[in-house]
Design a protein around this ligand. Structure first.
Ligand code: ZN
Ligand code: FE
Length: 253
């Protein structure tokens, strides 16, 4: 089993998961990178998985379906007519040619219908969690988003997160603003800057490292509370209130 990022659009990753000749893709915002990869590796597409309704995640689906007769598995949404197999929270399903099952996690927040797919220690988390950051609120509520991040935070720490954008370095600049005294952030910044200088991705993400460096998963850390209280000139409770304050701050950062 190998999982490979295919670069698409400006900074999107389409994840291609392959076993033998079978290939499943997650969030194909464009068809061409997928078709090129399938041809180069002599693979057969067996399913398309979608995390949410945004165009940069589903834009390539129609073109792919004209060429490959495959199920399109995703959440229930009036804005995702491409989905042929609607899946719900907790549901398990299999994809042709891939051993084992995927499990669906509802993680609303970035959008109201957003889901993630868990396969073994891999979590395809779309635009919910990014390297050292998280997606914007574009349909869900702050309470939902915070709960979804908490859900991810409670997965086994060896979980690898396959997110859909390369935002890690920009997010680390914000993380450092929030926790200037956190050496794990500084270390990660140096490592990720070296990767990007070589044109390499900073993904997948290690959940253990996110827990140490991602402010949106660190809303109960005293250093984060203190920084927020100073910025907003009032005490801000940990948890959801801190998440909301961090998200607002980051939106303008
Ligand atoms: Zn999105
Ligand atoms: Fe996106």
């Amino acid at each position: 089993m190998t999982i490979v990022p295919l670069s698409a659009l400006h900074d999107n990753y389409i994840w291609a998961m392959q076993a033998g000749q079978a290939c499943v893709v997650v969030d194909p915002g464009e068809a061409a990178p997928v078709n090129d990869y399938l041809a180069a590796q002599s693979l057969q597409l067996t399913a398309i998985l979608l995390t949410h309704r945004h165009h940069d995640h589903i834009g390539g689906v129609d073109a792919l379906c004209r060429r490959h007769a495959v199920p399109v598995i995703g959440p229930r949404s009036s804005q995702m007519p491409q989905v042929t197999q609607v899946v719900e929270d907790g549901e398990r399903f299999a994809c042709a040619g891939i051993e084992g099952e995927f499990e669906v996690l509802a993680i609303p927040g970035h959008t109201e219908e957003h889901i993630a797919f868990r396969y073994g220690s891999a979590l395809f988390c779309g635009d919910t969690l990014f390297g050292a950051g998280c997606g914007r609120l574009m349909g869900g509520t702050p309470a939902q988003f915070h709960a979804s991040l908490q859900h991810i935070a409670q997965l086994p720490p060896d979980t690898l997160l396959y997110c859909a954008h390369e935002y890690t370095l920009a997010n680390l600049r914000f993380a450092r603003e929030i926790e200037p005294g956190n050496p794990a952030i500084e270390k990660r910044q140096a490592r990720c800057a070296a990767l990007r200088a070589q044109g390499l991705p900073t993904v997948p993400l290690s959940l253990a490292e996110e827990l140490e460096t991602n402010p949106f998963l660190r809303t109960r850390q005293p250093a984060v509370s203190a920084r927020l209280a100073a910025q907003y000139a009032r005490p801000i409770a940990g948890g959801e209130a801190a998440f909301t304050a961090l998200r607002q701050w980051k939106d303008q950062f």
